[in-house]
Each structure stands twice: as structure tokens, then as C-alpha cells.
Design a protein around this ligand. Sequence first.
Ligand SMILES: CC(C)(COP(=O)(O)OP(=O)(O)OC[C@H]1O[C@@H](n2cnc3c(N)ncnc32)[C@H](O)[C@@H]1OP(=O)(O)O)[C@@H](O)C(=O)NCCC(=O)NCCS
Length: 176
Amino acid sequence: MAECPTLTTERLVLRPFRVDDLDHLHAIMTTPEVRASLHLPAEFSMDGAWRAMLSLSGLWALRDLGQWAIEERGSGRFVGRAGLHWRPEDDWPGVEVGWMLDPAAWGLGYATEAGQRAVRYGFDQLAQDALYSLILPENTRSQAVAERLGFTPYEERVLAHFPSQAHMVWRLGRAD
Ligand SMILES: CC(C)(COP(=O)(O)OP(=O)(O)OC[C@H]1O[C@@H](n2cnc3c(N)ncnc32)[C@H](O)[C@@H]1OP(=O)(O)O)[C@@H](O)C(=O)NCCC(=O)NCCS
């Protein structure tokens, strides 16, 4: 059973979630930009943010992987989350790399910087042969992050947990 490690990059601290992140996480998840990208309901509640945080944190205990809370090194400001994800359904391709930032912190390269560290963790610590990212076709900003990290489109797939629309499965092999 792994604990979420604290990692640093040039401009960011990737650390475990804390209870006092909840208000910030909820504020980010209720911005119109993030709600639209993640198809969250207009009335997305504090309870929804709390459950999201529990599930992101709980993966570390259950699967030895998960996402990190992202803090700016300079200011200590909570700017979002990024890291690794996994679901138990048969159609889930493997270990996923994902990201979500406060729109106030878009356009700074933070998702790419955190994503790079998560990719390294997936290959070095988790010994994965390939990593995946599941992105809706309309989410061009997320696709751009995946491309900057070296992922390439692999196949379109309708996932059991999100049946309304096909996701593109992006893939990055260890050798790539
Ligand atoms: C997806 C998401 C994280 C992308 O955020 P982003 O800020 O566009 O991506 P990055 O943090 O990598 O920043 C890249 C941008 O910063 C710029 N940039 C500035 N300084 C930079 C630096 N030092 N290094 C890299 N890029 C830098 C890049 O040129 C690029 O700008 P552009 O958007 O004008 O092309 C964000 O849109 C988001 O949170 N969306 C909602 C949640 C979501 O959809 N998650 C993914 C689900 S699949």
C-alpha cells in the first residue's frame, strides 16, 4: 500500500490532498470552463468535490497510484490536480495520466510540467510499458497537453462509465 509522495518540479509542488484543499477544489470544479470540459452539472456540490477528493486520494491506498494536489512553489497557491488514474472496468486501457487546473492558471505550462513528472512516475516507479490519457474529441487544450508529452491518438472508445460519447484513447509507450 503506497502513500502519495510529495514531488517537486521547477515551478510546482505535487503533494497529497489535504482537507483544507476542499474549498479550492470545489471552486475550480464549479468554474464554467472546468464544468464544461468535464461535463459536470451546473449545481456540482461540495459533496461532489469531497467525493472526488476521497476517490483521488483513495487510489493511492488501493492501487499504489493516484493524482497529486498541485501547488505553485512560489506562492503556495493550490492550482489544481494532476497525476495517475485507474478504474476497475474491463474497458479501461491501463494507467491514465490526467490533469485539471484552475482556469486562472491555464496558459502557464503547469499541466505539461506536472504531466511530465507523472509520466516519469508511471514509467520509473510503476514500471508501466505504456501510459494512456482519455480525452473527449472537443477538449483541444487537453489534447495539446497530451501531444506536448509525446502521447499519440491510439483508438476511439466508448467507455462504460461515460457511455454518452466516445473518448479518444491517447497512448505513450515506454520506448517513445
Ligand atoms: C486541460 C488543461 C489542464 C490544459 O491547461 P493548459 O494551461 O492549456 O495547459 P498547460 O498548463 O500545459 O499550458 C500550456 C500553455 O501554456 C503556455 N506556456 C507558457 N509558459 C509555458 C512553459 N513554461 N512551459 C510550457 N508551456 C508554457 C503554452 O504555450 C500553452 O499555451 P497555449 O494554450 O496558448 O498554447 C486545462 O484546460 C483544464 O484544466 N481543463 C479542464 C479540465 C480538463 O479538461 N482536464 C482534462 C480532461 S481529459
